[in-house]
Write a protein that binds this ligand. Structure first.
Ligand SMILES: [Zn+2]
Length: 128
């Protein structure tokens, strides 16, 4: 839940609690106050679980067979993936081939535009 939404819910609970107390419904006000405390605890717990989930995904990525070849990553034989995106942002972006029509083929990252030389061609090849 976004912080803005949490603050909005907190304000509604605070206003409602005050209204209930002023109306002589102190018990209901206490129940609502306890509910707000529980909500805050759940938000904190949810954030901890999200952080833990992120760390576990990083562990899983490191356990997979990661190979660095020709300036690209391969995971369990799949790839090539952009090394810049993976090293900096921990996201796997599949490289796509780009022919420069001058005798060379490059692997290009569609996200960060990183390009690495793949191989020479026999000559200019024009994609139709
Ligand atoms: Zn990239």
């Amino acid at each position: 839940m976004a912080a803005k939404a949490i603050r909005a819910v907190g304000k509604v609970i605070k206003d409602t609690t005050k209204f209930l107390k002023d109306s002589g419904k102190g018990e209901l006000a206490n129940d609502l106050w306890n509910l707000e405390t529980e909500m805050k605890n759940l938000v904190v717990e949810n954030q901890k679980l999200q952080d833990e989930n992120k760390k576990l995904h990083e562990v899983i990525d490191n356990v997979k067979v990661k190979e660095f070849r020709d300036n690209c990553y391969y995971f369990d034989g799949e790839g090539p993936f952009c090394s810049t995106c993976y090293d900096v942002r921990r996201i796997k972006v599949r490289m796509v081939e780009r022919n420069n029509n001058a005798g060379s083929i490059y692997n290009r990252c569609p996200e960060c535009k990183n390009e690495v030389f793949k191989c020479e061609t026999d000559g200019p090849v024009y994609y139709v």
